[in-house]
Design a protein around this ligand. Sequence first.
Ligand code: URA
Length: 416
Amino acid sequence: MNMAQLFEKKKQGKELSQAEIQYFVEGYTTGSIPDYQASSLLMAIRLLGMTDDETFYLTKAMIESGDVIDLTSIEGFKIDKHSTGGVGDKVTLIVTPIIAALGIPVAKFSGKGLGITGGTIDKLESIRGLKTELSSQEFIDNVNKHKIAVAGQTGNLVPADKKLYALRDVTGTVDSIPLIAASIMSKKIASGADGIVLDVKCGSGAFMKTEQEAQVLADTMTAIGEKLGRKVVAHISDMDNPLGKMIGNKLEVVEAYALLKGHMDETHEDLLEECTIISSLMYQVAAGVNEPEATAAVKRVLEDGSAAAKFEEFIVAQGGDLDDIVQKDTMNKVAVKAPAEGTIATVNALLIGEASVSLGAGRLTKESELDYDAGIQLLAKKGDHVCKGEAIAYLYSNREIDEEAMDKVQKAFTIA
Ligand code: URA
């Protein structure tokens, strides 16, 4: 077998076999297949797609490229969630303590952000002292003791994805449904959870721009998970507008903690609504209860303070300093003003995401240095009425804030 044969088959629109896909994944991971051949195949997949079987074999080969985490020493049904990535998406920080407060073990591996979509690990690492690199034993002990642990993906979890994702990122092949589905599901399955809730984002700030594409991605990932014996539920959510009020690592932790404590003036209803839906789905999958029961349970742990207490327990258990979860007041701060009076029709998530990256909240390359404090606070959201000259957002950074970021944020607001 060689790559030229695989190219030929793909060009003729024929299906690649399991052995051929395995050959490609193994060869690329171990270095016997060079970048230029792998990129060629990735572009063919990006343009021509993959059948359901090909996508499944790709996922399986990727899982088999590295370690599979064994969570059997954690008692109970282990639940995980995954978001396909969005702007201001701090849902994991909120739903994981909610689920743990309901007594369901949450054993979660998360990633760092790249581009406009943030990553949970960066958000957690913005808290002084917090450790996201846990040994397997520490991770398991924390879940058994506190019902919750969130850690960075270990070195040898799906090494094929690490190489393939880095290559896709620079060859214009990230936005491919089969490649995204295999990338996400290989990591979720290798992470060992019994059930997975997928939050598939759709809109300007997401990989999937339309609801139709988001539905295909959701169906593809659900089918893969079920074929591999996992309980999987997918939810499609709007990412035309950023979620909540804060965008940026520390800012999002501050907002998540405020929401858990019931301080609704420091957050927005859209975030509470989204977190209620995702945590209710996680509880339904893990506990086998119906939707009204699950939603009532979620509301109960939010209202009685046990979800906020679980968040504090989790942060302290991983070495984090709760006193550090405050918005720093010594950074550069500028206000962006409304250019006209009217009602906000939309706040473009893509532009807000790009501006937050330029402030230092996100990475343009894997090597970029983050400014954990940097980001954007939205003072007005879709549907709000604003007057000309009123502040609609604050920009924060420890670096100098340039005109370009301010312009981008102003342009993100469509005022009708
Ligand atoms: N997130 C991933 O983990 N992989 C993708 O391909 C896209 C989003």
